[in-house]
Design a protein around this ligand. Structure first.
Ligand code: ADP
Ligand code: PMV
Ligand code: MG
Length: 395
């Protein structure tokens, strides 16, 4: 039995970092996905291992099931998601260490740890093979860690008894509300292992898709008929979300009052962004006015992100370059490099977009125009006899 799941990446229109400290943030899914396929071997395969293949980084790790049983003598599966205890984290760390993950890929150890925790929590010591590949750049602010955890949780749950799904459905299918909640909760536990202290916004938008406002764990789904076009620029400067989030917390401990004001300002910006996006649009003039307000709010948010210490010279270069064309830019995700978002007004000439993209690419950056606000996590059973030719096989 094999299942494939896919979960989208995201952009944050307002509120990253501040959302970790209780402010509101606004995020949207993008049409770039992480795919996970998960398969239980048949008796004929005679395969008694648990393995994980990470295609994007050319890494494969595997453990004999006997080794996992030895490491977790008292392993119990659980249905309501819970946090990984320190004791279990230590046991998993030993299993991960045994894989000799190359020093250059050391950030991946956290992803491998999250996989072991999620899989064994639901399926215990069962042989299986998981394969992961992604259209998202890793560690760039587009939520690859959340998409990884959401797709993994979805695949793991789709092959478990805890969700009722339709095996005869052809092609991608969506979970029911209860199952989505379960996927989201497990993914959040995975994100905790990768990020340290995530707000939950990334796994939530990857699970539910579309556009959301998120504050202190509460999700509001935003309805909009405003066409929103963003240019995403990847500075290709590598960074690590966990370290950046920890840096903001340290600054907050040093300057609690000043940072509280910064977070309050971000909260107001996110609420205003959400209100603008949701208000009805009547004509081109109304759209232009709304775009001008959004652009200004993005500039203000970028200033506050700089205040938090998470901007970067490469991000400032994107801000300056796009400003030459009167376009507003802010970083998206954890910052410190990674990706920036530039609002492209509806009436902006295509030639201007081409010029700004060429200018940014001259700086060594990579530009992409992704679709915004599509579906959240989906899954599809593979190799079921009556799945038929429409069952999409992406391998
Ligand atoms: N496709 C993938 N394959 C392997 N690991 C992944 C993949 N996507 C995400 N990860 C995990 O997520 C980490 C990057 O997460 P993070 O620093 O939060 O950046 P972002 O979420 O912005 O891409 C990687 O170091 C790895 O542990
Ligand atoms: C900085 C933060 O707001 C978003 C991080 O996103 P990313 O991992 O950089 O894609 C952290 C969080 O909300 O968990
Ligand atoms: Mg992340």
């Amino acid at each position: 039995m094999e299942v494939r799941a896919r979960a989208p990446g995201k952009i944050i229109l307002a509120g990253e970092h501040a959302v970790v400290h209780g402010s509101a943030a606004v995020a949207a899914s993008i049409d770039l996905y992480t795919y996970v396929s998960l398969r239980f071997p048949t008796p004929a395969d005679n395969d008694e291992t648990l393995s994980l293949q990470l295609k994007d980084v050319s890494l494969e790790v595997s453990w004999p099931i006997a080794r996992i049983k030895e490491a977790f003598p008292n392993l119990e599966t659980q249905i309501p998601p819970s946090s990984c205890s320190l004791e279990k984290l230590k046991l998993i760390a030993i299993l991960v260490d045994e894989q000799n993950i190359p020093e250059a890929n050391i950030g991946l150890a956290a992803g491998v740890t999250a996989f072991l925790w999620l899989f064994t929590s639901v399926h215990g010591c069962k042989p299986a093979k998981a394969v992961v590949n992604s259209e998202l750049p890793l560690g760039s602010g587009l939520g690859s860690s959340a998409a990884f955890c959401v797709a993994l949780s979805a695949a793991i749950l789709a092959l478990s008894d805890s969700v009722s799904t339709d095996f005869s459905h052809q092609g991608w299918q969506v979970f029911g509300e209860n199952e989505l909640e379960l996927v989201n909760k497990w993914a959040f536990e995975g994100e905790k292992i990768i990020h340290g202290k995530p707000s939950g916004i990334d796994n939530t938008v990857s699970t539910y898709g579309n556009m959301i406002k998120f504050k202190s764990g509460d999700l509001t789904r935003l309805k909009t008929n405003m066409p929103l076009k963003m240019l995403i620029t990847n500075t290709k400067v590598g960074r690590n979300t966990k370290a950046l989030v920890a840096g903001v917390s340290e600054r907050t401990m040093r300057h609690p009052t000043a940072m509280a004001s910064v977070f309050t300002s971000v909260d107001s910006i996110s609420n205003e962004v959400a209100a603008i996006i949701q208000s009805p649009v009547s004509d081109d003039l109304a759209i232009t006015e709304k775009e001008e307000k959004l652009a200004e709010l993005m500039e203000m948010n970028q200033g506050l992100l700089q205040c938090m210490g998470v901007s970067h010279a490469s991000i400032e270069t994107v801000v300056r370059t796009t400003l030459k064309y009167k376009l507003s830019t802010k970083l998206t995700g954890a910052g410190g490099g990674g990706c920036a978002l530039t609002l492209l007004p509806t009436l902006l000439a295509g030639t201007v977009v081409d010029k700004v993209m060429a200018d940014l690419e001259t700086c060594g950056f990579q530009c992409l125009l992704a679709g915004i606000g599509g579906n959240g996590v989906e899954f599809s059973y593979i190799g079921i006899p009556d799945l038929g030719a429409n069952g999409r096989n992406l391998s």
